[in-house]
Design a protein around this ligand. Structure first.
Ligand SMILES: Nc1nc2c(ncn2[C@@H]2O[C@H](COP(=O)(O)OP(=O)(O)OP(=O)(O)O)[C@@H](O)[C@H]2O)c(=O)[nH]1
Ligand SMILES: [Mg+2]
Ligand SMILES: [Zn+2]
Length: 354
């Protein structure tokens, strides 16, 4: 294996699982050294702790600026800053921690609480900026499931976006849940059925909701109970409204979708982590315009694209790209209409984009 390939491999397989202080803004080679550095940082963190600290474990629930956080611990919320020691290690990084990160908080310095350790992540929901730099944008860390939040109309549902979220979830080991909100705006129910049929048949949990009529809200609550979930999707799909419906006292800000272009107004501007009264946590996030994957993920897409895991094992070639190969089980399923042509087109588009 060439050195370059080796590096790539290491970068994809569970990179986020292994590191504690990820750096999002630097490129390949620098990234490598920063990663080694962050590992060393994590090892050293403990060694250089001051005496007399009173460390409690908590979780970052809001980020106010680079080094200013709200940390939840045992049901209490602490305004905290990153300790000088950690800042020194992490000097120059633009984004050090993410909402959902588990940390150790020194509460002996009340009222100036300090984050003294950032613990390694189990997973993260990550998307990438477009263009050749592919800057990493970590939406949330240490979560169980992604609520892929769509609205039927206002803004119009984009199934291609669902496909991309499902791929990211599969790559990071998160459970994807498809929510189609504003179901009260549906004119022809058979349209919804046509769109959701494939996902449901392939085993993806799909919930139709309306915060106006209350439809589907009990099923949604059932899925959220005792889990840590992140609501992600386009602006205006109703992420904050769904959360408010389940937990009215939160009273999160929401606003009308523009009549002119059916776009949301980016009402939620930063990610927050909140405990549900019925167990588990919720992360409300700002609306996104697009979801890009990293080019390194391309070889995995033929295996993780929605539903393809049911077919790909029957392809003649193990690394089948499902495009030109003989004896391709995916192409056969497309021919037989088991995989709708729209999903296959979406697959080609995603592969093309990487
Ligand atoms: N018709 C209809 N409108 C809804 C429903 N749920 C939410 N809305 C409306 O959709 C608009 C946008 O809702 P928000 O909750 O602000 O959407 P969001 O996804 O949080 O948007 P961002 O914070 O910008 O990402 C509001 O005017 C809500 O009243 C629904 O089930 N049906
Ligand atoms: Mg919102
Ligand atoms: Zn194939």
């Amino acid at each position: 294996m060439r050195q370059r390939d080796k590096k790539r491999d290491r970068r994809y397989t569970g990179r986020l699982r292994a590191i504690s202080l990820p750096d999002i803004d630097i490129l390949d080679d620098e990234r490598e050294s920063a990663q080694t550095k962050s590992m060393r940082t994590f090892d050293k963190q403990d060694e250089s702790l001051k005496e007399g600290m009173e460390l409690v474990e908590g979780r970052i629930s809001e980020i106010h600026s680079n080094y200013n956080y709200v940390v939840e611990s045992g049901g209490r919320f602490y305004r905290a800053t990153l300790s000088g020691r950690l800042k020194q290690f992490l000097y120059g990084r633009r984004s050090v921690a993410t909402v959902g990160d588990r940390v150790q908080l020194d509460i002996s310095t009340e009222p100036d609480y300090r984050v003294e350790n950032i613990l390694p992540r189990t997973n993260a929901l990550t998307r990438y900026a477009g263009g050749s730099f592919q800057k990493e944008i970590i939406i949330a860390a240490n979560i169980d499931q992604v609520i892929i939040t769509n609205s039927w109309r206002k803004p119009l549902i984009k199934p291609g976006l669902i496909d991309r979220y499902i791929c990211i979830a599969a790559l990071e080991g998160l459970a994807p849940i498809i929510v189609i909100n504003k179901i009260d705006l549906v004119e022809y129910p058979e349209d919804v059925q046509e769109l959701t049929e494939y996902y449901i048949k392939m085993g993806y949990q799909t919930i139709l909701t309306s915060t106006l009529t209350g439809e589907g809200m009990d099923s949604l609550k059932e899925v959220l109970k005792d889990k840590d979930s992140v609501f992600s999707g386009q602006s205006g799909t109703g992420k904050s409204s769904l959360i408010n419906h389940l937990e009215p006292q939160l009273n999160l800000p929401t606003s009308e979708v523009s009549d002119y272009n059916e776009k949301g107004r980016h009402t939620t501007t930063r990610t927050i982590l909140i405990p549900w009264s019925f167990g588990g946590h919720i992360l409300d996030t700002p609306g996104i315009k697009t979801v890009n994957l990293h080019a390194d993920a391309k070889p995995e897409i033929p295996k993780v694209f929605p539903g393809f895991h049911h077919f790909a094992p029957n392809c003649y070639f193990r690394d089948c790209s499902h495009t030109h190969e003989d004896s391709c089980a995916v192409l056969k399923a497309v021919e037989e209409d088991v995989i709708p042509i729209e999903r296959y087109d979406s697959y080609l588009q995603l592969m093309d984009s990487l």
